[in-house]
Ligand binder design. Structure first.
Ligand code: 0GY
Length: 296
């Protein structure tokens, strides 16, 4: 028996997603997904705020192929803390088809950063979501930001919409590309021209180095499946305004989904609703992620 038992309210990822009717363009990238463990080989962090189900690299690669994608960007999840071994192991076994985003502490050595670069890591994640981590203060993150810039890496930030005002100046001060997870987690039940989402649009409008992921209808929609209709105008607006700075991903295996587990095939079928033309789809799924993650 595994030494890690998932939380009792933890939902497993969808066991048999539908085959999407939307075919992603050739070379498409799922630019936000995770691997969890397996815990017996890659133990979860003692400081974690949840214990997930195991979700292995092979299961991720099988899903990639089944959904019609060519590549993955694997983002370090908080349950693994600053131990990036499961994510790096997935990169090493991906035959160049996966890049990674790590979570590191400020005392990481240059040699360790370089080793991760060679494995395919191209960014670090700064997580400010209080239910997931004890956020590290911006002053501490500043030194990490400066060191990873030298490797040509970028920064992924994760926060919830009400907290953007607090971190706005820090994000705007960063010199590398800054990719905001899940559209800054807007409340999709609010008007699209509400104060919080307008502040997020301003961040991207005023800072050409800021990008975002138009991801997670399953998390952000208050209307829910199968249409997740209230999510669509928020994502479509960002794709229209910033077509060269948006990324898309499944978020498999969908950590912390407590209400329902999405069908990943349905999530793929939503893409034409947020990126209605072939040109926008190509930028979102191929050109943008390849520029950011496979430029060398
Ligand atoms: C996500 C979402 C979540 C979790 C994590 O690092 C994490 O544990 O990212 C979440 O619970 O919102 O980005 O996939």
């Amino acid at each position: 028996m595994s030494k890690f038992q998932k939380d009792t309210d933890w939902l497993d990822f969808h066991p048999n997603p539908c085959k999407p009717s939307f075919t992603p363009p050739s070379g498409a990238v799922d630019a936000h997904c995770h691997v969890f463990g397996p815990g017996d080989r890659f133990p979860y962090s003692a400081a974690r705020k949840y214990t997930p189900c195991d979700a292995s690299k092979q299961q991720l690669f099988d899903l990639r192929d089944y959904l019609g994608f060519e590549r993955n960007v694997i983002v370090q999840a908080s349950c693994h803390g600053t131990d990036n071994s499961a994510m790096v192991d997935a990169l090493i076994h991906s035959q160049g088809k996966a890049r990674g985003v790590a979570v590191v502490s400020a005392d990481i050595s240059d040699a360790e950063l370089l080793e991760m670069h060679e494995a395919g890591v191209r960014g670090v994640r700064f997580n400010f979501v209080k239910r997931l981590v004890n956020p590290v203060p911006p002053e501490v993150l500043q030194s990490v930001a400066e060191r990873i810039a030298k490797l040509g890496w970028h920064i992924v930030v994760y926060f919830e919409a009400p907290d953007l005002a607090e971190y706005y100046d820090f994000f705007a001060s960063l010199k590398t590309i800054v990719v905001v997870d899940h559209m800054g987690r807007p409340d999709c039940s609010k008007p699209i021209d509400g104060e919080e989402f307008e502040l997020f649009i301003k961040l991207l409008h005023d800072n050409e180095n800021c990008w975002t992921k138009v991801t997670c209808p399953e998390r952000l929609s208050t209307q829910g499946p199968p249409d997740y209709s209230d999510f669509v105008p928020f994502a479509a607006r960002l794709v229209e305004l910033f077509p060269d700075r948006v990324l898309w991903g499944t978020d498999w295996p969908h950590p912390n989904m407590k209400s329902h587990m999405p069908d990943d095939g349905h999530l793929v079928n939503m893409i034409p609703r947020i990126a209605p033309t072939e040109e926008l789809q190509r930028k979102l799924l191929v050109d943008n992620p390849r520029r950011l993650y496979w430029s060398e």
